[in-house]
Design a protein around this ligand. Structure first.
Ligand code: 3SL
Length: 241
């Protein structure tokens, strides 16, 4: 198995798809997706275009659907939900399909649509994602961070490092056997440095600070937990997890 880390969707090679692709948007899209599925949501369907989201979700009975949308950290007007995982209680999401569009997380998921195994990972469901990778043993795995509008983000890279670190522990591969690019080694180093204070790292991250300005400190706390949800968001058909 060779693992590659890409800090943003734009940095992935355009001429190939890996056997397994892991999209990461710790703050907050993939944390929200994992939370919805763990709370009994029927599925999560991801859109980049809000009009298309509205059109497709109209085909679902209102009691069976939820619309979630975020632009610039704020909730899209008229939607039931923004992008806070803390709003996704089992009372609300049980048996319903979530139709979601966010600024960056959606882009990462869409960029890897051609892979036969597309997963959505966050720190909260890291163990389930690692378990899948170890059992499946794909030849090539990409971890694709969402970043922020094309730029590197600390929280996605530390999550990539957390995944890589756990794969190393469980397989006894050496870092140089596992790593397909240098980004893997630097992500592991970032995680090793901050693993006991992930919330502290989020407070230093530019998107963490943006969310703090929007009074989302509880979201940061929740998303900084590791391995608390045993859920594997995996694509069933294009765009549906
Ligand atoms: O950009 C995204 O996809 C979002 O996760 C950003 S936010 O955390 O909802 O602001």
């Amino acid at each position: 198995m060779k693992l590659f880390v890409y800090h943003t969707p734009e940095l992935t090679p355009t001429d190939k798809a890996p056997e397994c692709a892991i999209a990461v948007d710790v703050l907050r899209a993939t944390s929200t997706i994992a939370t919805v599925l763990a709370a009994g949501g029927e599925a999560v369907q991801v859109f980049s275009d809000l009009d298309r989201l509205i059109a497709v979700s109209e085909e679902w009975p209102p009691e069976k659907r939820l619309r979630a949308g975020e632009r610039g950290g704020a909730k899209v007007e008229g939607f039931e939900l923004g992008n806070s995982p803390l709003d996704c209680t089992s009372e609300l999401v049980q048996g319903r399909r979530l139709f979601i569009s966010t600024t960056n997380g959606t882009r990462a998921l869409q960029r890897v649509q051609d892979s036969p195994n597309v997963l959505a990972a966050a720190l909260i469901n890291r163990a389930a994602v690692v378990q899948f990778v170890i059992e499946k043993q794909p030849e090539t795995v990409w971890i694709v961070g969402s970043g922020w509008e094309g730029s590197f983000s600390l929280e996605d890279t530390v999550c990539a490092g957390a995944i890589a670190h756990s794969i190393l522990e469980k397989t006894h591969l050496s870092p140089e056997e596992l790593a397909g690019n240098d980004e893997v080694i630097s992500a592991i180093a970032l995680f090793s440095q901050w693993q006991n204070n992930l919330l502290g790292l989020f407070h230093q991250a530019s998107h963490g600070q943006r969310l703090l300005r929007l009074h989302c400190q509880e979201d940061l706390k929740y998303c900084s937990q590791t391995d608390v949800l045993d859920v594997l968001p995996i694509q069933q058909e294009i765009g549906v997890l």
